[in-house]
Write a protein that binds this ligand. Structure first.
Ligand SMILES: Nc1nc2c(c(=O)[nH]1)N[C@H]1C(S)=C(S)[C@@H](COP(=O)(O)OP(=O)(O)OC[C@H]3O[C@@H](n4cnc5c(N)ncnc54)[C@H](O)[C@@H]3O)O[C@H]1N2
Ligand code: MOO
Length: 394
């Protein structure tokens, strides 16, 4: 059997980041920059007021109280070149350009707020409440280096430096294909021997949560030719394929049957529980990665966390890194099969973790109550209560 680490290493070797594409500003959220973004101008581009108040010369309000004539208003967006003459004041608004002649701003709260003339109760040194040009960014500064993940703040500064587009690695597009003649669409009645199809919904949701774009191809019956036709139809549209089911030892294993003989594919047992039967390879002219995950719902979900999640990070242009884990004390004893790394569904609260009672790889409802996976190494078969263990938060 291959180890979890070996299987992941094979996958990471085969996947590559998506090709950079010029993308509209709003669509860059969750993507990774493929260029250094510089600012064409200084930010702020001009000295401006940080407060609503009066633009004056500091020397004119050095002795207070003092009353000065108010010669006009400077609003934000002012495009002219207003001038504050000695011994006068102008009302100024937050974000408005500093008028010539003025070297300080007196907040309106320190005055009587007059329009024709204003009485100043407090003085301030030169430079008070003024935001200088270039205080945030100088023209030509790199504001976001290549490789930056675009979140709301990063999208904001893209807009702030005037960009309507950016060169980014698009979210990987992923199709999820579920195989199984027993599967019925949720919302339709169950026939004899049928269950509602859940894997493609969970996996597509996991892809989206992991920063990819996902769609479901629907259900394919247990027929290798039909599966292959469906796979080939989707390959030109996607950056990766996830299949569920049809990879183990049964008489009807369409995924394994369709892809098992290709020399770009491997179906193997990975030393883990759940998720032992795994397939991975590349298909089509685009050498599109195909993750052939086991059909048991908990197995496909855990496989996603361990293998597809890191691969999607690499495809997005991020460091795949180790799957983030924490340490916590188990509040119950744990059991694990010899030679397999177990991923026990569990509830993590603060520094302690409790495995859920139903650990079967078909027990999807139990998975839905968990928020973490406890990792028990291959060579450990029993862990006493009170032991510190490795935990992957979900
Ligand atoms: N003789 C052996 N049998 C099995 C082995 C083995 O090593 N030797 N491995 C077991 C393990 S472990 C797993 S995991 C499963 C994997 O099987 P497949 O990937 O071939 O998946 P299926 O047989 O198609 O389905 C397994 C199970 O999951 C249900 N399922 C499948 N797809 C969905 C879906 N989209 N939504 C909800 N449920 C789904 C399916 O009805 C089956 O109950 O093989 C074991 N057998
Ligand atoms: O290894 Mo399978 O994934 O348990 O059910």
């Amino acid at each position: 059997m291959r180890s979890v680490d070996e299987h992941l290493a094979d996958i990471l070797l085969a996947v590559r980041p998506t090709a950079p594409r010029e993308t509209g500003l709003q669509e860059t959220l969750g993507t990774v920059l493929a260029e250094d973004v510089t600012s064409p101008v200084a930010l702020p581009p001009f000295a401006n007021s940080a407060m609503d108040g009066y633009a004056v010369r500091a020397c004119d309000v050095a002795e207070v109280p003092v009353t000065l004539p108010v010669t006009g208003d400077v609003a934000a967006g002012e495009g002219g070149r207003p001038v504050v003459a000695p011994g006068t004041a102008m009302r100024i608004m937050t974000g408005a350009p500093m008028p010539e002649g003025a070297d300080t701003v007196i907040p309106v709260e320190w005055t009587d707020g007059g329009r024709e003339q204003a009485r100043f109760e407090r003085s301030a040194p030169a430079g008070n409440a003024i935001r200088l040009a270039g205080e945030d960014v100088l023209a030509g500064d790199v504001v976001l280096p290549e490789g930056t993940l675009i979140g709301p703040a990063q999208l904001g500064i893209l807009a702030g430096v005037g960009r309507a587009h950016a060169l980014v690695r698009p979210r990987p597009r992923v199709v999820v294909i579920s195989t199984g003649s027993e599967l019925a669409e949720p919302g339709t009645p169950l026939g004899p021997g049928q269950i509602w199809e859940s894997n493609s919904y969970a996996l597509a949701a996991a892809v989206r949560e992991a920063g990819g774009g996902a769609y479901r191809a629907g259900i394919t019956a247990d027929d290798a030719t039909g599966f292959l036709d469906q796979l080939n139809a989707h390959l030109p549209e996607v950056d990766a394929v996830i299949t569920s089911g049809g990879v183990s030892m049964g008489a009807y294993e369409p995924v394994k049957e369709a892809l098992g003989d290709l020399d770009t594919f491997r179906f193997e047992k990975v030393a883990m529980q759940p998720g032992m039967p795994q397939g991975f390879g590349v298909a089509g002219e685009g050498r599109i990665p195909v993750f052939a995950l086991p059909g048991n719902p908990v197995s496909s979900f855990v496989s996603f966390v361990l293998f597809v999640g890191p691969a999607l990070r690499k495809m997005r242009g991020l460091e795949p890194g180790p799957v983030p884990a924490v340490r916590a004390v188990t509040l119950a004893p744990l059991r694990s099969p010899q030679g397999k790394r177990s991923y026990l569904r569990a509830v993590l609260t603060g520094g302690s973790v409790t495995p859920v009672t139903r650990q079967g790889s078909h027990q999807l409802a139990a998975l839905a109550t968990a928020n973490a996976l406890i990792v028990v190494d291959e060579d450990v078969t029993a862990v006493p209560e009170g032991t510190e263990v490795e935990v992957i938060p979900l």
